[in-house]
Every structure is written in structure tokens, then in C-alpha cells.
Design a protein around this ligand. Sequence first.
Ligand SMILES: Nc1ncnc2c1ncn2[C@@H]1O[C@H](COP(=O)(O)OP(=O)(O)OP(=O)(O)O)[C@@H](O)[C@H]1O
Ligand SMILES: [Mg+2]
Length: 266
Amino acid sequence: MEEIVVIKCGGSTMDQLPDSFFQAIASLQQDGKKLVIVHGGGPAINAMLDRVQIAPQFVDGLRVTCEDTLGVVEMVLCGSINKALVRRLTRAGAKAWGVSGIDGQTIVAEKTSKPLGWVGEIKQMNAAIPKAILTQGYLPVIAPLSVSTDGGNTFNVNADVAAGAVAAALGAEKLVMVTDVPGILRPQADGSKALVQETNAREIAAMIADEVITGGMIPKVTAALDALGQGVEQVVICKGTAEDLLAVCAGKEAGTTVRTRGGVYQ
Ligand SMILES: Nc1ncnc2c1ncn2[C@@H]1O[C@H](COP(=O)(O)OP(=O)(O)OP(=O)(O)O)[C@@H](O)[C@H]1O
Ligand SMILES: [Mg+2]
């Protein structure tokens, strides 16, 4: 299959994504680029949890998913968020097809042994459905839910981890992690924050240890390094702008480029 670009759209930024971002996706698709979107939905999940009076819980940026939370996660991710993205893409002129990791057993997982509740650890990826959707000329929009081997259970999966696994399973050329910050930021002596334009596993381990990288950025950099370790050529963490997306797809500088060179992530 031709070179594929997987775009992870962070829930953090979904409401702020401008029409021009989706138009850029549409123009890339019309130019024959194979694109796949994996999306998050953190704020929308939290808003719905608030409405049904369940307090969200996180450990190191990872959501703790109790049974009631899982129902909300499935409803929001596979339902409203996935369809909202498909609608925006369609309006921008793209051909988009929403699915979840449950459909076609695209993402098979087992319940984690960590105290995170109904969270899955990915055991197997099946790229048949995203590939079939691409072959039909559509852009798969994947909600990061996973399913057990026997099909009996749904597990929540962090969207960054799911995006990394999808990129690896598709043999993607690039993984673009679109979020609400311009990339990895590092505090400066004068109190400002500077964009880290390029980093690697060793620097990332140090930034996590120094608490420069915290919260939701932890699963993001971990998933980025895992994807690189599984053959994805380039991972970029950037803002959801047409400019950044088009730059990355054209092989130009944007956001933070993560490289494996310079150390192995432990
Ligand atoms: N060094 C850092 N540089 C930039 N952002 C950081 C850093 N450390 C922690 N963060 C946090 O990581 C957040 C991005 O991760 P977050 O999980 O919130 O968003 P997302 O992954 O885009 O959305 P979702 O999880 O809903 O898919 C930033 O908004 C910021 O608060
Ligand atoms: Mg996140």
C-alpha cells in the first residue's frame, strides 16, 4: 500500500480545530494521500461524566475507567465525537468513514493488570478494515475503543496508544499527533516556554524524570516512541492547523519531531 499518514486528533483540541485544518485534509486526500484519523475525546467524555455525575479519575495522564465510565466513553467516542469529525470532514470536502477499534476487531486488547479499570492493553491489531476503507477511497476515522479476543468485552484505550498501534499496523510513513499545544514545551529561565523542535528517547526519559513532560504528554511521547520502534518513520507532535499538517506531510519542519536516534526508551 502507498505511504499512509495517521493523524491523531486530540480531544483536547477538537473544538478548536479550524475549518482550514479539515480542508487541508480534504485537499491531501484529493491529491491521493492515504490518511487515517484516530481521535481522542477527553473533554467531551469529562463533560458527559459531569452530566451523569461520575468524577473523572486519572493516573499519570491515563483515565481510570470504571464500568459506568466505560459506557460513557463508548457512547461519546464511538457516537458523538466520531460522527462530529466525520461531519466536519465531509463538509470540508473529504470522504470520511467512522469506525471504532471494536469494529472488525481492529484493536484487540486484554484488560490491563494496572489499577485503571476497564482499560485494555493492545494485544493484536487487525488493519483489514482501515485498509478496506482506504481502498474504497475513504478516510477511516477510528474511535480508540478495543475489544477482547472473544468479542465479549470492550476496553478503553488511550487514544495516543491506539494511534501509535494503528500507525504501526498500517506500516504508516508518519504519525502526526495533533494536540492543544504546539509540541513539547520546555520552561526557560525567563519563565517562558520554548518549543522543542526535535527530541529523542533519551531526552524524553530525562524530561519525564524532571517533570517537564507530565500528564497527557506522557502517554503521547511513550506512544510516539513505541510507534517509531515498530517501524513508523516519523512522529510529529503539533497543533491542529492546516499550516502544520501540510508542512509535516510535505516533509517540512513543524511542531516537535520525535526520533529514536540518541537512546532507547526504557
Ligand atoms: N512538556 C510539555 N509540553 C507540552 N504539553 C505538555 C507538557 N507536559 C504536559 N503537557 C500537557 O499535555 C497536554 C496534551 O495532552 P492531552 O492528553 O491533554 O491532550 P490530547 O492527547 O491532545 O487530547 P486527548 O487525550 O483528549 O486525546 C497539554 O495540553 C499539556 O497540558
Ligand atoms: Mg491525551
